[in-house]
Design a protein around this ligand. Structure first.
Ligand SMILES: *Cc1c(COP(=O)(O)O)cnc(C)c1O
Length: 432
């Protein structure tokens, strides 16, 4: 397709920002060819406010503002910033939306959207296995404002539709893939339920990224990402984004000027810089994670692997149909208890033990101890979190090195009970 086009036609100008594949969009999307000082990169406009030459210019700006006429200049840092706007246009191009709005974190994006669009007395339908803080916000903060939430099992679309209360339900919220079981939503089906019942649909697409899936193209109304993860990709900033139709995003941007969850221009610059390599990073993470998932599935010390790229995953069919890559996170159960699983994690040399995912560094965690530490084994089981569960978010290290690391660390989990006892003796002798 690119061959018979003039390069100038595909290199993004303002009006051609959704052209090309995800890597072309990640490098050029939404950016203007000519920038201040003839800089190639988008300059960091590190300012809190903007100046007016004289009263005439001020009045001119105010008049244009009331006419709603597009003008690049800004008035005050909470209402807009050129560095931030450039990244917003790029993110809109990546997800194929009209526009995007950036926030200080993924949670700032989620809470701001819901506070902006939901009237009091509204009702939310949400799928389970969803980001814990999103659920907490809906079930505690929004509940105080008279907004109720019904949680339905992921993958049960009849339950999802049945949970809709006519004239009360305003939004359906789902994630895809989910955390930690990487359940994949049938976006076409959710979008069609939303459309037929006149309910807005929103997908948290953090784990998918616009490289692996563009939810708007399946008919979803709003896409959100924690840009802290794959989009920025270097574990060095927090940010969040909402992408969608022009009128929705305009309402959100106006509300952001009131709610105040803006992102710092310097963080926006780092996000722009990280985005340029999104395609290559996610491509590498997709292929390493698939190799890791296949390796673990055959390993005798592993009880079960959850990865949408494996035929054994409950949502493999929908993932194969609606996604172009399966993502960089692999979840699995080690054959052993809480302690054995921790020992395996401690023996891994490449990944850091840390929450989060999506950066160039591999990260590993035992959800029972990271996100659910204060709960008992029984309470965790009720939430579907087993003690032997591991979430491995692969980085961009060499695939072979990561697999060799898993190989040596999994030796702590012995599948032969006699040898396990010997291993325990070894542990006792050398670890205490
Ligand atoms: C991390 C994450 C969030 C929250 O984003 P922050 O940038 O940490 O505020 C929301 N949803 C998902 C799926 C996430 O992984």
């Amino acid at each position: 397709m690119l061959d018979d086009m003039n390069l100038n036609d595909i290199l993004p100008r303002h009006d051609r920002e959704a052209e090309g594949g995800s890597s072309t969009r990640a490098v050029h999307g939404g950016t203007k060819r000519r920038k201040a000082f003839n800089s190639l990169t988008n300059p960091v406009v590190q300012t809190a406010t903007y100046t007016f030459r004289d009263t005439e210019e001020l009045i001119d700006f105010m008049e244009r503002k009331t006419w709603g006429d597009g003008d690049d200049r800004e008035e005050y840092g909470r209402y807009g910033n050129p560095t931030v706007s450039a990244v917003e246009r790029k993110l809109a191009a990546l997800d194929g939306g009209d526009d995007a709005v950036l926030y200080a974190s993924g949670m700032a994006a989620i809470t701001s959207v819901l506070l902006t669009i939901l009237p009091s007395g509204a009702h939310i339908v949400m799928t389970d296995d969803c980001y814990r803080r999103t659920r907490q916000f809906c079930q505690t903060f929004l509940k105080r404002l008279g907004i109720e939430t019904t949680v339905v099992p992921m993958g049960d679309y009849d339950a999802l539709e049945a949970a809709i209360i006519p004239r009360k339900t305003r939004i359906i919220i789902s994630e895809s893939p989910t955390n930690p079981y990487l359940r994949v939503a049938d976006l076409e089906r959710i979008a069609s339920i939303g459309k037929s019942r006149r309910v807005m649909t929103m997908i948290d697409s953090t784990f998918a990224t616009p490289v692996n899936q563009r939810a708007l193209e399946w008919g979803i109304d709003l896409v959100i990402h924690s840009a802290t993860k794959y989009l920025s990709g270097h574990n060095d900033i927090l940010a969040g984004v909402v992408v969608g139709k022009g009128d929705h995003i305009k309402a959100l941007r106006d509300a952001r000027g009131v709610l105040g969850g803006i992102v710092d221009p310097n963080a926006a610059y780092l996000l722009d810089r990280g985005l340029k390599t999104l395609g290559v990073r996610v491509g590498q993470q997709n292929s390493t994670a698939l190799a890791v998932a296949r390796y673990l599935e055959r390993h005798p010390a592993v009880e079960r692997v959850w990865y949408p790229g494996l035929a054994s995953h409950p949502d493999h069919a929908v993932a194969a149909e609606q996604m172009s890559g399966f993502g960089g996170v692999v979840t699995f159960e080690v054959k052993g208890d809480l302690k054995t699983t921790s020992q395996f994690i401690d023996r891994m040399r490449i990944p850091y033990i840390a929450p989060s995912l999506g950066g160039v560094e591999s990260l590993i965690e035992q959800p029972a101890l990271m996100s659910y530490y204060e709960k008992t084994t029984e309470e965790r089981l009720e939430l579907g979190i087993k003690d032997n569960l591991v979430r491995f978010a692969v980085g961009i290290e060499d695939t072979d090195d990561i697999i060799a690391d898993l190989e040596q660390a999994l030796r702590v989990v012995d599948t032969n009970p006699h040898k396990l006892r010997l291993e325990d003796q070894w542990e006792l002798r050398f670890r205490s």
